[in-house]
Design a binder for this molecule. Structure first.
Ligand code: PAF
Length: 281
């Protein structure tokens, strides 16, 4: 596996590989865990050549968010990528990716898509995500790109961006990977203190509970959300919503594929940790 830090080197490598091979891209911000590894393994399985990007993207963090604190573990990430069969690990610096960050061209998803869920509480977040993902698509020229379903709104927005901007790339969403007790894997879990690690289980408990209720015939979104909010009672809930999976619009009676999504903040002495989770009903 080669570790590449400059866009020039990546473009050169990709131009050579592209002549004969299919390329899979796994965009990450590093601090890799089992969820990322499932994406990398799927890419290695589906493509001749796999590129993993490892870049904590400053443009998707708000001024009071955890950009500085976000875990950076390049050495361990490189080992995991190599063992998983990755061919290139692309780990640029912020200056390499943005020559003038304050005055850069942005890719902005539609207002309708960013004015809800994580986009509502993290203004500008999805502009940063769509921008960096577009840049990575232009650099890595992948046939396929792999994203986790845990970031469901991100996956929805990227699929739409690919359609709207005519990227010739297949976007593959991969299932959420959970700890044995149900907690969805996240790079931020490592910062949870013991008490919040226990409390964080309420997210998956709420989701699994309403999925069971739905399977047993309860199809009112309001009833399901009320049940979930009771389980999450006492926590700092950012949102809990049930949306139509096809368009991420609100739905009252569930009569088609829907997704329940939640975000909860866990304040700690060393800063607040915000976790998200979701489940298709
Ligand atoms: O999901 C993430 O880790 C990031 O949002 C992504 C897609 C790598 C863009 O920085």
């Amino acid at each position: 596996m080669k570790i590449i830090k400059t866009t020039k080197e990546l473009i050169e490598a990709v131009n050579e590989v592209k002549k004969t091979k299919t390329i899979g891209l796994v965009p990450t911000m590093g601090a890799l865990h089992g969820g990322h590894l499932s994406l990398i393994k799927k890419s290695v399985n589906d493509n001749d050549f796999t590129i993993v990007s490892d870049f904590v993207n400053p443009t998707q963090f708000g001024p009071n968010e955890d950009y500085e604190r976000y875990p950076r573990t390049l050495e361990e990430d490189a080992k995991l990528c190599k063992d998983a069969g990755c061919d290139i690990l692309f780990a640029p610096s912020p200056d390499e990716m943005y020559s003038n960050m304050k005055d850069t061209t942005l890719v902005c998803p539609s207002y309708n898509d960013v004015s809800k869920l994580c986009g509502k509480s993290r203004p500008g977040h999805f502009d940063g995500v769509a921008t960096i993902v577009s840049k990575l698509f232009n650099l890595a020229k992948p046939n396929r790109a792999y994203f986790g379903q845990k970031d469901a709104q991100q996956l929805f927005i990227i699929k739409k961006m690919v359609r709207d901007l005519n990227f010739d790339i297949e976007i593959i969403g991969c299932p959420i990977v959970r700890e044995s007790d149900g907690l969805a894997l996240s790079s931020r879990n490592r910062y949870l203190n013991e008490e919040n690690r226990k409390r964080a289980l309420k997210l998956s408990k709420a989701l699994f509970t309403i999925k069971d209720l739905y399977k047993n015939g309860v199809n009112s979104a309001e009833t399901l959300i009320d049940t979930a909010l009771t389980i999450l009672d006492g926590e700092d809930i950012d949102y809990f919503e049930i949306l139509d999976l096809s368009n991420f619009e609100k739905i009252d009676i569930i009569n088609k594929d829907c997704i329940a999504l939640c975000a909860v903040r866990f304040p700690q002495k060393d800063g607040t940790i915000r976790l998200i989770d979701n489940m298709v009903l």
